[in-house]
Design a protein around this ligand. Structure first.
Ligand SMILES: [Zn+2]
Length: 241
């Protein structure tokens, strides 16, 4: 019979995971073939390859955990992100800051400093920068699920954009998660603001950042992550897992 499943004719050197890719072209082919996610090779070639591979691997981990969001991951690129180390856009583009990702050591050192300052979750490191951004794409996937599924009229598109700007779906997730967490004996008496700042200082910026920080916290620490992060993760798994 043969046919599908037979490996004859295929190269054994093609990576099984993003972290196995030997160079940027191999990584780009892998992410494109497996997840339909484009890597902007010319922009990313200005970054350190190891840092790009780590970012792709972090994104892959989130796609594997949340198959319901897989189609929202469109592109990984690099460029000027202002003061941010990376950004995620409504269109599913994750941009790594060229000024940071040109050296793995550099962005890791800067991230570690911010963890010590409690600006990012305890236990996370520079490898979680892209995971945090992937968390934003999960919010976009919720907008697809609850808003864009209604059609592609002007009104629906405007509602979706508005939901992204106003962190509407991140707010829903954080609010539901905090209600769950407040029932835990260990968290009794804590308000939503405290539960959020327990995750990280940056999480207090707005609800989208809170959600993304919870995703990074959970990916780094699993069930030992902060209670809010565990609850957020479980809600996202229910919605997109
Ligand atoms: Zn963010």
């Amino acid at each position: 019979m043969g046919g599908r499943g037979s490996s004859s004719g295929f190269s054994f050197t093609s990576p099984l995971r993003a972290s196995d890719a030997s160079d940027l072209d191999a990584l780009a082919t892998y992410m494109s073939d497996k997840y339909a996610m484009r890597l902007n090779v010319s922009a990313l070639s200005k970054c350190d390859f190891e840092s790009v591979r780590t970012a792709a691997s972090g994104i892959e981990g989130i796609i594997v955990d949340f198959p319901g969001a897989a189609l929202n991951f469109h592109e990984l690129t690099s460029g000027n992100t202002g003061s941010a180390q990376a950004t995620a856009s409504y269109n599913g583009v994750i941009t790594l800051a060229q000024h940071a990702f040109d050296s793995t050591k550099k962005y890791k050192r800067s991230y570690d400093y911010s963890v010590r300052a409690k600006w990012h979750p305890e236990g996370t490191d520079g490898d979680h920068i892209a995971v945090h951004e992937a968390g934003h794409i999960l919010e976009r996937a919720l907008i697809d699920k609850y808003v864009l599924s209604k059609g592609n009229s002007f009104l629906v598109t405007a509602e979706a954009r508005n939901a992204w700007q106003k962190c509407t779906y991140a707010s829903k997730v954080i609010s539901e998660a905090s209600k769950i967490v407040k029932k835990l004996p260990s968290e009794k008496g804590k308000g939503i603001k405290t539960l959020i700042t327990d995750v990280s200082g940056y999480a207090a910026k707005n609800r989208s950042e809170a959600l993304a920080e919870c995703v990074a916290d959970y990916k780094a620490n699993g069930r030992a992550a902060k209670p809010l992060s565990v609850a957020v993760w479980d809600i996202l798994k229910r919605e997109l897992g």
